[in-house]
Ligand binder design. Sequence first.
Ligand SMILES: *Cc1c(COP(=O)(O)O)cnc(C)c1O
Length: 418
Amino acid sequence: MLRQNGFAVQNGHSQNGTYDRMAKQGSSTLAVHAGEQRRKAYHALHTPIVQTATYTFANTQELIDFMESSIWGEGAEREEYGRYGNPTVDSVERKLAKLDNADAAVLYASGMTAVTSLLLSVLPAGSHIIMTDDCYRRTRQFALTFLQRLGIETSVVPMGDYEAIEAAILKRKTRFIISESPTNPYLRVADLERIADIGRRHKVQTLIDSTFATPINQRPLDWGIDYVLHSATKYLGGHNDLLAGVVVGQADRIAALRDARGILGGIPDPHTAFLLERGLKTLALRVEQQNRTALAVARFLEAHPRIERVWYPGLESHPDYATATAQMKGFGGVISFEVAGDLRSTGNFIDRMQIPYIAPSLGGVESLIEQPAIVSYYDKTTEERLALGIKDNLVRFSIGIEDTNDILNDLDQALAGL
Ligand SMILES: *Cc1c(COP(=O)(O)O)cnc(C)c1O
């Protein structure tokens, strides 16, 4: 199976500690080297930041040659204008493609630009998409307001209900099945092989928002998914200092998205691409540390008398533990849990934590903590939030790369006050 070649064998070296001459390069080697030119301008080791809005032509003949190769030929080997492409952006796109075992990647100015540009680029008027619930709130809002206004309907089905996905498919109208895995905030894990199979049988394309997993923990293309999307703002950038998004997939599909990006305009600036490439070099190290700490924290919390429930796919108590174990190499750095408290006392617990910052977002080197009832759903009442499945005592903890023991000690002292 593809996934055996692409994943288990590739990582065979680090897993069993033996030298495997036939193994493909592992994720950390790819994160450092993949996609980069070995010889760069000025013999620089790092990819230069090509900070330019446009590119010059020596004379009219050079411009004519460029036009002929881009219109009728193989495509030109150079850039024309900043909205159509940039060498710093190209370099990080090649690295992102390799990490997800994809042909190609297209980078956007944010995760939401990736979501909106992809859907606007591929969906015709009168079409229909299926989306699983427990997904990023802005993605759902985009579908239910903007796409709705354009005559594109969305069916939202419960996460984990594959019969409901299949039942929602409308013949000749449904174009996309969209899911996240793991999800926010309950870390639900989709059975990717099953979703890919439904898509193939009904000729519907599939998209997974894999932001919470990263290519280190899960590679949906290896399971037959058509498009994978990441908010690179989170783990890929990894330092809470940039916004970006990426879509990876087959070459022809990504080329079409790149053409559409030239019209929609969502390309990031070259400095962001540079920061992302730099952040990616340590992706495997960071994610492995975050996986380790998160599992230790999840087990600690589950055993703690002041904790009512822990949501982490690496715990046997999680509804998707079996799927996660079969499909993921690690379970990621985000844990959600319910403390024995109400809106106010849960906030007081968070305030006693010394290491994490109170902030939205996740996946960076700094631990972040938040109460979804306040940060994402404060405009609703407790009852409305409950109807959406968001309890007032729910806490989302995004583990950073601080020492595991320090995070455990911090939780221990903060919980003692509950
Ligand atoms: C943050 C996030 C997004 C949006 O990404 P931005 O970079 O903030 O625009 C989309 N999906 C998921 C799962 C996210 O966590």
